[in-house]
Design a protein around this ligand. Structure first.
Ligand SMILES: [Zn+2]
Length: 358
């Protein structure tokens, strides 16, 4: 049976939520840190976790992602972390999502970071099924086209010029690498890109932890700070319909994803999305590590005859909301740097026409 987290409207009720049956960590409606810090950050972050009302489906388990609310915005949410050091502190360099002189420069940036994300996934062992696993990035000039890794090619050596440009009908187009693509990858990712205009990138591979976890049919639970990133913000697709060679299966996966940042595909693996490929790759690895932690914690608790202690509802939502578009981009930049430096000059750190954001 799927794990479901009850929705609470009252701060007092949410503060007293106790999923574990143990004494809750916070017993008042107060935030888990200083009121000033909490309120400042709360104002600076987007709290809209939304999904089109149409995402509800009888063969999906979508957690809390089928609320009737506006669709996700296509605008970036910036400013994930706050200034410290007082009002007179000198400005410091910050990593931020860049701006671009032109759409061509933005395309070059997306392709560079797409190739780097694939290399990172390869280094992490996510290319473990040979020709399985796919990463797609929407084209900024033709938004109904996306870039995808060529079928059967190593993630770990990917270059921007190796990526294939695909139309919404699945045709590999000139301008990109004229190489075959994974048909399942096209079916899944085209459905996701069509259902989620706000999504720029989607990552899907079959990790070993997600193969185990997806057989249980439950959601990630807020058992640690990092797992809160996905609190009430991912779905579970419970209707595995065989290897994804049928169009309907892609649509069902997109429905189960709803307006959230990721979906666990039962008996299959997991998939994450974001407004940058950096963010989608970060969330893919983050979700996988949360899956591993939950498997470990649940196994240890089973041996001890106990259950895991969950973070409270309000603290979990507060933590989740810090992971906005810019934050998930930032979280991947150390991995991007590792990949660029390991490429021995094959991949640059920046593209022409990239403008740092102050
Ligand atoms: Zn798959």
């Amino acid at each position: 049976m799927a794990f479901r987290i009850p929705r609470l409207s009252s701060p007092l009720r949410s503060a007293s939520l106790n999923l574990s049956g143990r004494t809750p960590r916070y017993t008042s409606a107060g935030p888990p840190t200083s009121p000033l810090l909490y309120n400042t950050l709360k104002r600076s972050i987007s709290t809209s976790k939304t999904a089109p009302a149409s995402v509800a489906s009888s063969n999906t388990v979508t957690g809390d992602n089928n609320r009737a609310s506006p669709p996700p915005s296509t605008e970036f949410t910036y400013g994930a972390y706050m200034k410290v050091g007082g009002p007179n502190a000198k400005p410091v360099h910050r990593i931020r999502i860049p701006k671009f002189e032109s759409l061509e420069a933005e395309r070059a940036h997306r392709k560079l970071h797409h190739a780097a994300a694939l290399r990172w996934l390869g280094y992490q062992g996510y290319n473990n099924e040979g020709a399985g696993g796919h990463v797609t990035v929407r084209d900024p000039i033709m938004p109904d086209h996306f870039w995808i890794n060529p079928h059967g090619k190593s993630f770990s050596h990917m270059r921007p010029e190796d990526l294939c440009l695909v139309s919404k009908d699945g045709e590999v187009k000139e301008g990109g690498n004229m190489h075959s693509i994974n048909p399942a990858g096209y079916i899944i990712h085209s459905a996701v890109h069509e259902a989620r205009p706000d999504v720029v990138a989607a990552v899907h591979c079959h990790s070993v932890p997600s193969k185990a976890f997806s057989a249980i049919g439950c959601q990630l639970e807020p058992i640690n700070q990092d797992a809160c990133r996905f609190y009430n913000d991912h779905g579970v697709y419970s209707g595995f319909g065989g290897i994804v060679f049928k169009e309907d299966e892609g649509k069902h996966i997109a429905q189960a994803l709803g307006g959230t940042k990721g979906v666990i595909l039962q008996n299959h693996g997991h998939l994450t999305v974001a407004k940058t490929v950096d963010g989608a790759a970060f969330l893919f690895g983050a979700m996988d590590r949360c899956i591993q932690a939950q498997l470990l914690a649940d196994a240890a608790c089973a041996g001890r005859g106990s259950t895991t202690i969950k973070v409270g509802h309000e603290e979990a939502e507060y933590t989740r909301n810090t992971y906005n578009d810019e934050m998930v981009y930032i979280m991947f930049q150390s991995a991007f740097e590792d990949v660029v430096k390991a490429s021995n000059g094959e991949l640059p750190m920046h593209v022409q026409g990239e403008i740092p954001r102050a």
